[in-house]
Ligand binder design. Structure first.
Ligand SMILES: *[C@@H]1O[C@H](CO)[C@@H](O)[C@H](O)[C@H]1NC(C)=O
Ligand SMILES: *[C@@H]1O[C@H](CO)[C@@H](O)[C@H](O)[C@H]1NC(C)=O
Length: 416
């Protein structure tokens, strides 16, 4: 009896000590992944760590474009709009540019849509150039650094390369005037001319309310082994085959179309979101670009993303433990996808599913209205805060010029 009471007291004591330890750890390691183990989202709070000045531009650079086509609010490039709205009422916003760490120029470069809803970025370089011309002549801050303390949201397929075809995007390269700025973009691939050092890779926009409205009970059994809906071939743009998805999607189809473990098709069913919640693995292969909204959908619906896109740079890769959550399959290994996935240990699968169930993981993938702690807006601010203080080299000497205003395709120099 006495002994038992002693053990009980010890347990209580150990519990209290551990708790205090954890609290102190949390405080001491503010920029580490908390809880000590891998698998957690980096939980920084950006407030108080940076100040952002939002340039006021004529509405033709933002609101008017949106008015013309409200579909921009729901497509996968909508982050440029929501980030603008978020910053206007964010506690990190400062109205005094003299005390700003970062300058933000609200231009909606991907909101010029075809009747079919495809954003054509052909006017984007002119529009961006025009906006930069405007801020550099009306305020003194651009010329001080030629944009090195400015950030831009460029969520198009290949970011500030402003073309939807990779070959053309590479040929164009990043718009010269943005060479010194920090780019916040969905495009992420290592050693690619359209991703420069210091960029912040973000998830594409996926509508939070819509996904929320399709949630099914969380304990629904996952009876689908592998799930995918989307194109395998893009005959219109790649009639010979082999370019689209560098052949990886075609390989998925050719190898597994008759495999009962693979629920794959080009048909997009109305139960798409529900199906993802009934699946263990969701394929996230590259398309024309390495990224797609499937990655966000997989995380939200707790389906382990199988990432097939060599050299992809994933959203907020410094804050989110992608290696722990997802499965990475090299493009050349697609023919062995069945063996690769069936040989993953059930314990590993359970662990990935548990990590995916972590609300902070989902939160970081979303741009919710209103914003919430830890969401994608906050992750972007954290990324900007981690780049502070600016190196002294960002400030140019009086009269010094680095950028060439007339560089780039002649078509880009026309006024917008
Ligand atoms: C910034 O530099 C450009 C020329 O490079 C000049 O036209 C402009 O007036 C300058 N802006 C300010 C605010 O002085
Ligand atoms: C700026 O770029 C244009 C077009 O490429 C080129 O003709 C010009 O020489 C460049 N100017 C400087 C100062 O390098």
């Amino acid at each position: 009896m006495r002994n038992w009471r002693w053990v009980f007291t010890m347990l209580l004591y150990v519990g209290v000590v551990l708790k205090i330890g954890a609290l102190e750890l949390g405080r001491a390691q503010q920029t580490e992944r908390i809880s000590g183990s891998a698998g957690d989202v980096l939980e920084d709070d950006p407030v108080g760590r940076l100040k952002v000045f939002v340039y006021e531009l004529p509405s033709k650079y933002n609101k008017k474009i949106l008015q013309k086509d409200p579909r921009c609010l729901t497509h996968m490039f909508a982050a440029e709009i929501y980030m603008h709205r978020f910053l206007l009422s964010s506690p990190v916003r400062t109205l005094n540019p003299e005390e700003a760490d970062w300058f933000y120029t609200p231009v909606y470069t991907t909101c010029d849509l075809t009747p079919n809803g495809l954003p054509l970025p052909f006017k984007s370089p002119r529009m961006m150039r025009s906006a930069i011309q405007l801020i550099s002549s009306n305020w003194p801050y651009w010329n001080r650094t030629e944009g090195a303390d400015h950030f831009f949201i460029v969520p198009h397929d290949f970011g500030a390369c402003f073309h939807y075809l990779e070959e053309k995007a590479i040929e164009r390269g990043i718009l010269h005037l943005l060479q010194r700025a920090t780019l916040v973009q969905t495009f992420g691939q290592r050693n690619h001319v359209c991703l420069k050092d210091g960029s912040i890779t973000v998830p594409p926009y996926a509508p939070p309310q819509k996904m929320q409205s399709h949630l099914i009970p969380p304990n629904t059994p996952r009876s689908i082994f592998v799930y995918f809906r989307g194109l395998f071939y893009d005959v219109g743009n790649d009639p010979e085959g082999g370019y689209y998805a560098r052949g990886a999607r075609a390989a998925v189809w050719e190898n597994f179309k008759d495999n009962p473990l693979f629920d794959i098709s080009t048909e997009h069913p109305t139960t798409y979101y529900e199906d993802m919640q009934r699946a263990i693995f969701c394929l996230c292969p590259l398309g024309w670009a390495p990224w797609s909204p499937r990655l966000v959908e997989a995380v939200i619906f707790g389906c382990i993303p199988v990432i097939i896109a060599d050299d992809i740079v994933l959203p907020f890769a410094d804050a989110i433990p992608w290696e722990d959550i997802g499965v990475f399959v090299a493009e050349k290994d697609v023919p062995n996808l069945d063996t690769i996935l069936t040989s993953i240990n059930p314990d590993v699968i359970l662990r990935k599913q548990r990590l995916l169930a972590n609300p902070s993981m989902k939160q970081a993938m979303l741009f919710p209205q209103p914003a919430q702690p830890g969401d994608a807006f906050h992750q972007i601010l954290n990324g900007l805060a981690r780049k502070l203080p600016h190196d002294r080299s960002v400030y140019l000497k009086r009269g010094e010029k680095v950028l060439n205003w007339t560089r780039g395709p002649v078509g880009d120099l026309k006024p917008w």
